[in-house]
Design a protein around this ligand. Structure first.
Ligand code: FE2
Length: 405
């Protein structure tokens, strides 16, 4: 994160004595890229190495589905069964060596703490809200938030009401796109959001409690559970650039133009060989001759996954809230027949969607197979003879228009 934060008490300089009631506190530098990347310094009541018991190691097993045919796909996810908690309820849909994309509708409360020891996480909150309690302090979240949790953060969800998430996990870093920041790290004019839109932890709670606390850590392709004899939120203060934060998709300021703007104008985060973009309600292209929906394009080197969050998708056959379309690499894609013509003269879209473009192919899981409608690939062929898809249904304002494909 390109700005400095501090919560709780820290000594006047780093690496000097810092005591509470005469007891020397344990200083932990949590940093990236050796000792040259971003870091935060935390002051603990206990050594963070103090482990009472080692529980078992559970390797992550992915059930891959290798389809017989390479084709565009549509997964209907809205009705997936709620299950598990915010960690073990994640259902992997697709993945590669750079990113794992899961759905999660948790129903149970976490009775343990979790830390991703080998990756950053982005949890997009489609439905629900609550607080992510973390070692850096409370991170309140609500519908529409991207909750960014850097590796090394010990946390636990305290959710309120029904929840629905789209989850990204990556061995790389989740970053604000480089081109949005100046050489000092400040987000520049022209970027679609600003530092004020980024919400760091609000309040630090130092818990002085003894007992037995399981901490599940994702590491080396599996989950290792440690039992510690003190509450893991034993930090009295911290400062630095590494901490969890939220950014609301509703705070993304869409960039529009006289003619069609390409997907990078919607970029929200950059990852390792992938990007996450937000498609938000906005005015559409205003040149009298503009075609306000995308031109056909070939993802020769990328896979394009779009999650439909809200809006009226009348213009997109079969697509509903919670739908995911996957346009895999090597194939062109674009508007269905008749849609480009129908879109002319429309001036705005009310749609909300999250897109992840990966620059390496994605593998699918058997869970994805269960959600695949199997017919989406035909949607460019339907009504091809007339050239017009009569099912296209956008109102005059463009409210039903799908502005991205
Ligand atoms: Fe596309």
């Amino acid at each position: 994160m390109p700005f400095y934060q501090r919560l709780g008490d820290v000594p006047r300089k780093r690496h000097i004595q810092f005591r509470e009631n005469g007891t020397l506190l344990t200083e932990e530098v949590m940093g990236l890229e050796g000792f040259t990347g971003n870091e935060s310094i935390l002051y603990h009541l206990q050594s963070p190495c103090r482990v009472m018991e080692l529980d078992g190691f559970q390797p992550i097993e992915r059930k891959e589905w290798v389809p017989d045919q390479h084709a565009h796909r549509h997964f209907a996810t809205f009705d997936i069964k709620p299950e598990g908690d915010e960690i073990n309820g994640r259902r992997l849909l697709m993945w590669n060596n750079d990113v794992e994309i899961s759905l999660c509708r948790p129903t149970t409360k976490m009775d343990y703490f979790f830390r991703n020891g080998e990756g950053d996480e982005v949890v997009f909150v489609h439905e629900g809200g609550g607080v992510v309690e973390t070692i850096f302090g409370d991170v309140p979240y609500k519908e529409g938030d991207y909750v960014v949790i850097p590796r090394g953060t010990t946390y636990r969800f305290a959710a309120e009401g029904p929840q629905r998430y789209l989850v990204f996990e990556t061995p790389g870093l989740i970053e604000i796109p480089r081109r949005y920041r100046n050489q000092y790290g400040q987000i520049m004019e022209g970027a679609p959001y600003y530092h004020r839109d980024i919400h760091p932890p609000t309040e630090l709670h130092t818990v002085r409690e003894k007992g037995e606390f399981p901490v599940k850590v994702r590491v080396r392709g599996g989950y290792q559970t440690y039992v510690v004899d003190y509450h893991p939120f034993d930090v009295v203060g911290w400062d630095g650039f590494v901490f969890p934060w939220t950014f609301s998709i509703h705070d993304f300021e869409p960039i529009t133009g006289r003619i069609h703007q390409p997907p990078p104008s919607h970029q929200t985060f950059q990852g390792q060989n992938f990007v996450i973009c937000s498609f938000c309600p906005r005015k559409l292209d205003f040149d009298p001759e503009a075609v306000p929906i995308p031109y056909h394009h070939s993802n020769l080197q990328s896979e394009e996954m779009i999650y439909y969050v809200s809006g009226n998708f009348g213009s997109r056959k079969g697509v509903e809230v919670g739908s995911i379309t996957l346009h895999p690499s090597g194939l062109p894609h674009g508007p269905q027949p008749g849609l480009a013509e129908k879109a002319i003269g429309l001036h705005e879209t009310h749609e909300l969607a999250v897109m992840c473009d990966t620059f390496n192919p994605l593998k699918l899981t058997r869970f994805a197979k269960d959600l695949d409608d199997g017919v989406y690939w035909q949607s460019w062929y339907a009504n091809a003879e007339s050239g017009v898809d009569e099912s296209v249904d956008g109102d005059a304002s463009g409210a039903g228009l799908t502005s991205h494909l």
